[in-house]
Design a binder for this molecule. Structure first.
Ligand SMILES: [Zn+2]
Length: 134
């Protein structure tokens, strides 16, 4: 998988696609609200205290699409950047949970493959049926 293979396509934002699908399920959300210091999920469902992050496959190191091996002059740069993103993800998740939010991470590829299924995962979280994400 090349570095350009995933996460930087331009066929619409996965975050927007997911929001549309979530809205279609009748869930109401707020965008880019800060739920903890320096922690701003992509959107939140305030009524049920669910915070949703949409993670880009490349920049967040998706197990299916994240580049495993970098080549070229920027290789170290990318590795560092992705490691930093993952660390920030973990920190954000912890901060949001500590503030009482149930955190859901959705991969960009899950949305691209099937926004409705991804949205249903959000809906399950709102009813507390999904086990806590690792
Ligand atoms: Zn992916």
């Amino acid at each position: 998988m090349s570095a350009e293979g995933c996460g930087r396509t331009v066929a619409g934002s996965p975050e927007v696609a997911l929001r549309k699908a979530v809205h279609a399920l009748g869930l109401r959300f707020r965008l880019h609200r800060t739920v903890a210091p320096r922690c701003t999920p992509d959107f939140i469902l305030p009524r049920c205290h669910v915070a949703v992050f949409v993670d880009g496959c490349f920049w967040h190191g998706c197990p299916r699409h994240g580049a495993r091996e970098f080549r070229g002059p920027n290789a170290q740069l990318w590795e560092d950047k992705i490691a930093a993103n993952q660390a920030r993800n973990d920190r954000n998740t912890g901060a949001a949970q500590a503030a009482g939010w149930y955190v859901v991470h959705i991969w960009e590829c899950e949305v691209r493959q099937d926004p409705v299924t991804a949205a249903q995962r959000v809906r399950r979280a709102t009813s507390g049926q999904e086990p806590s994400a690792p």
